[in-house]
Design a protein around this ligand. Structure first.
Ligand code: GDP
Ligand code: GDP
Length: 435
């Protein structure tokens, strides 16, 4: 499980520039593997061997600066709630503004580590200008330039030093961990209440591996599983407004700690941008996904409705369409069993290990029938493939000229894997390596 670092600050100080710099190296690797569109405000960073998530909080606030101004307090509060380390970015060109002072005031009260980054210190003559930021009362600061990268190494050293110690995820490792995620009002708390049923179904309350999260272990419908961060959802969902930023921020930690995400949506509102962001968040974290189209009781239906609805969702989540979609009414307790059963199946798919001999027996003839296209007269041969032992499905294909195997061919391989072995609901990674 990785820790979360939030970047806060007013607009135009350079948050997204810094964000891009922090995630750059790792994203390049991830993109090469998955070919998936990346979220511009959430990503993974790696420094000194420690991997952590970075969120550019500003990126989720749309609209003009004055809207932002109203939101900034709440944004910072949420960042404080949901992250492990906060990077507060200010701008040496403008010096301290009123908004900076407001944010600093909030941050001074926080128990979590706050690192003050004075940005746009591109030239030595700016170093003197930076002194005024001592007046923010946050102690030591880091002079950085998001654009050139100077100073960001020291900042990252400090970030990594401030992260909570890495905890082994070993409590009930063999039990599926489900996260219920989605926009406010989709029906998450209702679903959790339905799952919990009567309190006696709760087996134990296990304090989570981080301060803010609580896992609850259930034994329901004959399945044993942990629900991640249910306390958080039930406690806080009502407090926050329907802003993308909040649902994403709230979802990140739950998603990271889960094996399978139950993405709940409100059928009457459709599968919109916020749902999509949460979906990609789960996909990018290689988590299993089940989409629950909730409030199906309210949807005006005819015989084709479920089919058409499924089709619409799949258009949006392409190319990763091999995802189960269950139509539920939490209110009427309709298909809740099916939802959990599906989540357990996805969990099993995610833990599946295809024996190497079987994998080769199935895949090599398919590859032989449809080999990677030759490049400049050079034939490309894949002679051996295997699943890598890892917590989620990753496959490696060994090849004489791996650099010439392009994304469309990888998608072909992925489709064939999905056709022949059930990985429904589970993202797959494919690597082509030199044999
Ligand atoms: P955000 O609104 O806080 O996310 O800010 P952006 O990252 O979008 O940056 C705002 C502006 O500041 C852009 O024009 C950036 O090119 C510029 N900027 C960001 N970092 C630096 C830097 O280190 N030095 C200079 N000179 N400009 C920067
Ligand atoms: P959360 O914010 O995602 O936790 O959503 P809630 O569980 O609080 O539900 C939001 C509202 O939707 C509440 O008024 C629920 O009673 C209602 N609701 C939840 N599930 C259903 C459903 O299946 N059908 C209908 N008609 N209403 C539902």
């Amino acid at each position: 499980m990785s820790a979360i670092v939030a970047i806060v600050g007013r607009p135009n100080v350079g948050k997204s520039t810094l964000f891009n710099r922090l995630i750059q190296r790792r994203e390049a690797i991830v993109d090469a593997v998955s070919g998936v569109t990346r979220d511009r405000h959430y990503g993974k960073s790696e420094w000194n061997g420690r991997i952590f998530s970075v969120i550019d909080t500003g990126g989720y606030v749309l609209g003009s600066e004055d809207i932002f101004e109203k939101e900034i307090d709440k944004q910072v509060e949420l960042a404080i709630d949901e992250s492990d380390v906060i990077i507060f970015v200010v701008d040496v060109e403008t010096g301290i503004t009123g908004m900076d002072a407001d944010v600093a005031q909030l941050l001074r009260k926080v128990k979590k580590p706050v690192l003050l980054a004075v940005n746009k210190v591109d030239a030595n003559n700016r170093i003197d200008d930076a002194y005024e930021f001592f007046n923010l009362g946050l102690g030591q600061y880091y002079n950085i330039s998001g654009i050139t990268g100077s100073g960001t190494g020291d900042l990252l050293d400090a970030v990594v030093a401030a992260l909570p110690p890495q905890v082994e995820d070993d409590n009930d490792a063999e039990l599926p961990r489900f996260a219920v995620v989605g926009r406010p009002n989709a029906g998450k708390s209702s679903l959790i209440n339905a799952l919990i049923g009567e309190e006696r179904y709760i087996v134990t309350d296990v304090a989570g591996t981080t301060r803010d999260s609580i896992d609850t272990k259930y034994n329901q419908f004959g399945f044993e599983f942990n629900l991640v961060d249910t306390a958080g959802i039930r406690r806080k969902a009502k407090v926050r407004e329907d802003l993308e930023f909040y649902s994403v921020m709230r979802s990140v930690r739950a998603i990271e700690q889960s094996d399978v995400c139950l993405l709940v949506l409100d059928a009457t509102r459709g599968f919109d941008g916020q749902d999509q962001n949460i979906f990609w968040l789960a996909q990018r974290n290689n988590k299993g996904i089940v989409i629950l189209v909730n409030k199906w009781d309210l949807y005006e239906k005819d015989t084709n409705s479920a089919k058409e609805y499924t089709q619409k969702i799949k258009e949006v989540i392409a190319p990763f369409v091999d995802v189960p979609i269950v139509f539920v009414s939490v209110k009427n307790k309709q298909r809740i069993f099916k939802a959990i059963e599906t989540a357990v199946q996805v969990y099993q798919n995610r833990s599946k290990r295809v024996p190497t001999h079987q994998f080769n027996e199935v895949m090599l003839p398919l590859i032989e029938n449809y080999p990677p296209p030759a490049n400049k007269g050079k034939y490309i041969k894949i002679k051996f493939c295997t699943q890598i032992p890892s917590p989620y499905p990753q496959f490696v294909f060994f090849c004489n000229l791996p650099q010439y195997v392009k994304d469309p061919y990888k998608r072909f391989l992925e489709n064939k894997i999905r056709e022949n072995f059930d990985f429904n609901g589970v993202p797959i990674s494919i690597f082509i390596r030199k044999k």
